[in-house]
Structures are given as C-alpha cells and as structure tokens.
Design a protein around this ligand. Structure first.
Ligand SMILES: *[C@@H]1O[C@H](CO)[C@@H](O)[C@H](O)[C@H]1NC(C)=O
Length: 555
C-alpha cells in the first residue's frame, strides 16, 4: 500500500509541519556539536603532535592505577593547575575532592587541555558516533526524509526468513564450548538470539498469530535475568556498587537518550524498566544480609521472600498502584492512539505478565548443580539404559508440553494473558530440558545466534526507529521504515542490514562509554563521575534552554 498518511494517524502531529523541539533535544544537539568540535580539534592536535612527547593518561577508567602519573602531570602542566585554581579556594587543599574533579578527563577536555583531548580521543569519538546514530534515529523516525510503509503479514515469508537464517547459522557458525555445563553461556546467548529474531520479525510483520509465543520469549528473557544474576552473585559474592552501576548503565544509557531525543516516555521501551526493576530485586535479595547466602535454607527463605514480595506488590493491584502512582511522570505511559487508557496500565500490564518468572529463574539457579549432577549421571549409564532414561525424560517433557499446549497455549490472547504469569515456566522448562539432554546438545551452539543474543537490548531499542517507524512521540511502531519504497523485500534486506549494523555499533559504543565513565572497582572515582555527570547534565540542559529560548525568539 506504500506511503502512510501520518497526519491522519496522529492528528496532533499534523499541526507541527515545522517540528517543535524540546529543551532536551536542543541540549543533545548542542552537546553533540560541541563533542564533534572537540573531537576534530583533538584529531588536529594529534596529527601535529611530535612523537616523542610523554603520554599522560587522564582517562577516567585508568585513573586509579595512574594516579601517581596524573598527580605528577598535574604539577607539571600549567593548564591543569589553572583549572583547579578556577574552582577558587575550595580546591586549594592538596589531593582534595575538587582536585579529583579537576583531574577527570571530562573536565580537562571541557577546559580544552590539549593533552587530555588527545588522550581521550577515542571516548570523544564514541560520543560523536553515539550522537550521529541518535541523529539518524531522529531523521528516520521523526522526519519525512524517508517514507513509511505499512506492515503486511505473510506466514510463509515470516517462517522462510527464520528458517533460512537458522540454516545459515547451523551450517556456518556451530561452535563447541569447552566445559559443556547445563545452560552454559554460549547456549543461553544463542537462546536469546533466536528468540530475539522471532520477536523482531513478529514486530516487523505484525504476526498477530504468534502473540502467545512472543509472550513466552519475553518471559524467557526475564527468566534469564533471575537465573544469570542469581548465579553470578551467588558464585562471586561481588556486590560491588561499581559493577552494579555498570549494569544499570548498560540497561539504561541508550534508552535515556532515546527518550530525550525522540521525546518518548520510558515505558514505551517497557523491556528496559522491567529488566531494571527485576535486576535490582535479584541484587537486593542477595546483597541484603549476604552472610546468609552461604546457607541453602536461608537462600530458599530469601527466594520465598521474593515470591511473597511479588504477591503483595503485584497481585494486590491497589498496592502496586499506591507504590507506582507517585512515579507517574517517570513510569506512566500514554499511547497517542489510545489516550484514554490509565497511564499506569502499561507498566502494570507488562510487569505483571512476568512478575514471577525471574524468581523461578533464581529457583533454577539454585537447582542448577543438582540438574548438572543428574544429567552427568545419566551420561555415565551403560548404553541401552542411558537411552531408555533419556527417552523417558523426553516422553515426559513432550507429554507435559502437549497438555500445556492444548489447555493454555492455544487460548486467545486475553484469556492466555490471564494464565501466562503462572504457566510460562512450563514451556521454558521443557525447552531447557530438551536443549540440555545430551553432552553433544550442551556442547554445541550457533555462534550467529549467540552474537545476535549479545545485542538484544540494542536491537530491541533500535527497531522502533530505524527499522520500524513510530512516527510520533510515544507512538507504538506501527509502520515500517522504507528506504526503498515499493520493493518490500529489497527494503527489508537493506533496512535490516543497516539496522543490525547500527545496533552492534551501539552495543560497542555503550560499552566503551561505560568503561570510560563507570569504574568497576573504584568507588571514589565512581562518586566523582556521578557528580560530574549531574553537573554536565545540568550544564547541557542550561545550554539547551538558552539555545531553545534563543531559537524561538528569533523565529
Ligand atoms: C543481570 O540481568 C541483566 C538484565 O537482564 C543483564 O543485563 C545482566 O547481564 C545480568 N547479569 C548477569 C551477571 O547475568
């Protein structure tokens, strides 16, 4: 059907033929241009630099290790001293907090310290790349530079694409893992990968008939959040605030800028708040009274406590609303196409669907050693008995799945959703059993899907804007981006290639910036950087505010 009349879809957008920009958008644009200028200046400095100059590292990530060098540099370089004296008397004390602030790569770059600019060239490039991608998001989704097209579902095509990809993955990217543990990392990544492909294709083609399956996949991700995080904290006891902040960065850095640049509410990307909350809850369950984690009975009590918490805070809807209503500005969501729906509905609905499955993930992590032991004991049985036991396990699994399928899976969407929170663990468990039954199955996984499984967050966020199109603030992605209008398949291939490439770049950039800003194990630097980020954000917002006011005064 081709191009879509966007004005008809969203009447409020039609008035703004000249789009009106928010303060946040202006702030982002100005910051981007600023970073761009700094980067090119750094490149220029770099090309002119005599090769023999000693390299002074002021990069945030390496601050602690290189503290001595940095301190020496602070004494040697007049620019650094100049910067701390600009803070006035407060910075006069040696090795004080403000000196720490002044030595940050960020501040030094803002002050145009030439050495710092050259040393942090890569971080500047990461910022520039991120900004460029955000600009692409905006151009692709919020302007008419490229047209939008309608979605069309064709089951044959949907399955064809998935099958071809799987055949390619199977025939070119099978790889073994050295210790074939049950649910090993490459295997769970592969699992995430193929679920994500189906989840995305479901959006692209609007494959309504796959609704229930997609709900199970989302439950699968949330299950992994509980399973992965519990295993990690249980095994390592690493409750360091640095690592925790790194995880929060990874989950929320990009979505924050998507919200600002595209004027969306956080809940449009409901996967992010959901995973963030459940990750925090797993962390809290284990980090509170960590000495109890050594005792299994206590761990089971903690897990029971999680179940009880969910029961109180979700199953009693009034409690949920009382807790979250005050955060309406943050967790509320209004779909411009259904403005009359309660703003808390989306958050309640989405988080309720998977409210128990992360706790089940923790249960599975607890039972993991037992499952491993059991399966190895089966592997060691003599041949005929081994296969009999395996056949019996498969038969039981298939029987359970068949009952589940007939009584739950085939239900229509709304009836299915009622049962989903209590039943999603059944198909997930069936899959885990079948996938891990023999050592060969555990050993091999498809790296192509594993690779896609690593960038699920980025593909999830990017799809809204540079693969599909939401077209208006807070809009669900109802359209497709059309780079080659009139050629749906060609367009699919080109858009997909670009979109996956960009998602992978975003994954790398998010991690690079995370390493530059959030130190893993230096809480002092972490605190400093958090404060600096707050200051930077305030400064950029102020800049955006002035830019915004000026632009509208002139127009
Ligand atoms: C914890 O869960 C979050 C959200 O799913 C994920 O990004 C992170 O990698 C998990 N951590 C571990 C150690 O598995």
């Amino acid at each position: 059907m081709g191009e879509v009349d966007l004005a008809a879809a969203a009447p409020e957008a039609s008035a703004a033929s000249v789009p009106s920009f928010s303060v946040g958008q202006v702030a982002c644009l100005l910051t981007y241009l600023w970073a761009l200028a700094l980067y090119f200046y750094a490149l220029l400095l770099h090309s002119r630099r005599p090769k023999t100059l000693p390299k002074v590292h002021i990069s945030d990530a390496h601050l602690e290790k290189e503290r001595a060098i940095a301190a020496a540099a602070a004494e040697a370089a007049p620019l650094v001293n100049g910067s701390s004296s600009s803070d006035g008397g407060a910075a006069a004390k040696p090795k004080g907090f403000f000196e720490d602030m002044g030595s940050s790569g960020l501040i030094q770059c803002v002050l145009m310290n030439q050495q710092a600019l050259m040393d942090n060239k890569d971080t500047l490039l990461a910022i520039v790349e991120f900004g460029t991608i955000m600009l692409w998001f905006f151009l692709a989704d919020r302007t008419d530079v490229l047209p939008a097209s309608d979605k069309a579902y064709d089951r044959d095509l949907f399955l064809f694409i998935f099958l071809v990809l799987t055949i390619v993955a199977f025939s070119t990217s099978l790889q073994p893992v050295r210790t074939p543990l049950v649910l090993n990392r490459p295997q769970t990544e592969e699992w995430k990968g193929w679920m994500q492909v189906l989840f995305l294709l479901y959006h692209y083609f609007e494959a309504k008939e796959a609704y229930n399956a997609i709900r199970i996949f989302i439950a699968g991700y949330v299950w992994m959040t509980g399973f992965g995080n519990f295993s990690y904290y249980y095994r390592t006891g690493d409750f360091g605030i640095g690592r925790f902040c790194q995880m929060m960065w990874r989950l929320n850095f990009m979505v924050f800028f998507c919200c600002v640049v595209l004027q969306n509410e956080y809940m449009l990307y409901y996967i992010c708040p959901m995973h963030t909350l459940f990750t925090v809850m797993v962390y809290a369950a284990l980090a509170l009274a960590p000495q109890l984690n050594k005792s299994h009975p206590w761990l089971w009590i903690k897990i029971a406590g999680c179940f009880l918490t969910v029961l109180i805070f979700w199953d009693i809807k009034a409690v949920f609303m009382a807790v979250w209503r005050p955060f309406d500005w943050f967790m509320g969501y209004t779909d411009p196409r259904n403005p009359e729906v309660d703003r808390m509905h989306e958050w309640f609905f989405r988080s309720s669907l998977d409210r128990y499955i992360w706790v089940y993930g923790m249960v599975c992590a607890m039972l993991h050693p037992m499952a491993c032991k059991f399966l190895t004991s089966v592997d060691e049985l003599p041949s005929p008995r081994r296969w009999t036991v395996r056949a019996a396990i498969v038969a039981c699994t298939v029987a359970v799945f068949a009952v589940y399928y007939k009584s739950v899976y085939v239900l229509p969407k709304l009836e299915y959703n009622v049962l989903h929170p209590y039943t999603s663990w059944i198909p997930l468990t069936c899959w885990m059993i079948v996938r891990n039954l023999t050592p060969q199955l555990r050993t091999w996984s498809m790296r192509l899907y594993g690779w896609l499984g690593c960038i699920t967050l980025e593909t999830y966020l990017s799809q809204f804007h540079i693969w599909l199109r939401s077209s208006v603030p807070n809009g669900q992605p109802k359209y497709l981006l059309a780079i080659v209008p009139g050629y749906p398949l060609l367009n699919f291939a080109i858009c997909t290639a670009l979109y996956v490439f960009v998602s992978h770049r975003l994954f790398l950039v998010t991690n690079a910036l995370k390493d530059a800003v959030v130190p893993h194990d230096n809480n002092r630097t972490l605190l400093r950087n958090i404060i600096l980020m707050g200051v930077m954000m305030a400064a950029c917002t102020a800049m955006g505010f002035f830019g915004h006011t000026l632009a509208y005064a002139l127009s």
